[in-house]
Ligand binder design. Sequence first.
Ligand code: AMP
Ligand code: GLY
Length: 425
Amino acid sequence: MKVLILGSGGREHALAWAVKRSKRVTEVVCAPGNGGIAQVARCVPVDLKDLDAMVRLAVDEQPGLIVVGPELPLSLGIVDALQEHGLRVFGPTRAAAMLESSKSFAKRFLQRHNIPTGKYAVCNTAAEFEEAIEMFHAPLVVKADGLAAGKGVIICHSRQTAIEAAQGLFTGAMLGAAEQQVVIEEFLEGDEISFLCLTDGKHVAPLAPAQDHKCIGEGDTGPNTGGMGVYSTDAMLDEGMKEWILRHIAEPTVRGMAQEDTPFTGVLYCGLMMTARGPQVLEFNARFGDPETQAILLRLESDLVEALEACIDGRLGEIEMRWSPGASACVVASSAGYPGSYKTGFPISGLSAAAQIPGVQVFHSGSSRVGGQLLTAGGRVLGVTAAAPSLEQALALAYKAMAEIEFEGIYYRRDIGHRALRKKP
Ligand code: AMP
Ligand code: GLY
């Protein structure tokens, strides 16, 4: 079977790598892909904002399975469009992807279904915001309703800064386009967990849990990024807690979406805060996480394609996913200046030495191949990923591999996994 993956980041590199390992797969095509993905897949250019171009490509290629990586095409309705052409596609419809593409939709949905989440208000104007904010204490969180590539969440330490942030969102000064709705949320404290599940619209199969590191700086300081590293261990969620999250969060979400005639199939990514009053939903994503997927798929022992197909066919209840015990970690190497402005086009060296270290896979987030040479081509450039029996070993392998890699201005956090390591007696 031929598999088409839409996307161009580290997540898609990990998906292509995992899909290619399936016995059923003869060819992997990735659109548009990147320099690293080209080592495991045939890359074809496409604009991920252009629905018609993606559909044309898929109709030409006639893959047996299409996997959609990023949120933008999902929010544009790529799954609906591909299904209309009789293609088999893994991912939620446009209506179901609203769990990610509209924060007000997600919050109201959570409230309707009694799923644990922080207190919130949805505001349509700056005046409404000023009134609603009286009900909240600082610190509080102000969010753009729509997709904002990680830039739409502002943590505010006073009501005044929150009012200014909301004004920036409503006028468009903050994100370029004016927001119609702004959400205020209670600030939740605790450890964050990325709890990803596959779902066929009815059954729910959790993936290995993961913890992302969103801040650029060590010790979780500085501005938010797309994710600077992630780790996954069994110990980060005990069986009881995992069951609780399934019963009270993931399953009621899938049931609620089905009841509302917008069944959700694909990956339901529950972004959770483990608070003193239990796990609370911070956000949903309607897709695989990046860089979570890099660490998670390194622990997957069973066939990914079989699981994705079971989601499409409503047979997820019949299959069992197997995970390697132990741990994995992914450390992201970024360009100097990221998440602000940065330069690209610098040669990357040391990749083959890094890849020779047993247990290590280097996934490319932003690279391009020009005349046989790999060059940096993004803010996040590489996700150096390793699996091992313990988190300490996985991190040691990832950092050993990272030490082999060079490009001008390379930056990475040296403290990935610090919360888990600190908790150890
Ligand atoms: P979101 O895109 O909604 O996940 O927000 C991005 C990041 O902002 C999350 O991963 C959290 O680190 C932080 N965040 C979002 N909402 C809250 C909240 N209510 N309380 C504390 N932190 C939050
Ligand atoms: N790593 C966070 C995300 O994929 O949204």
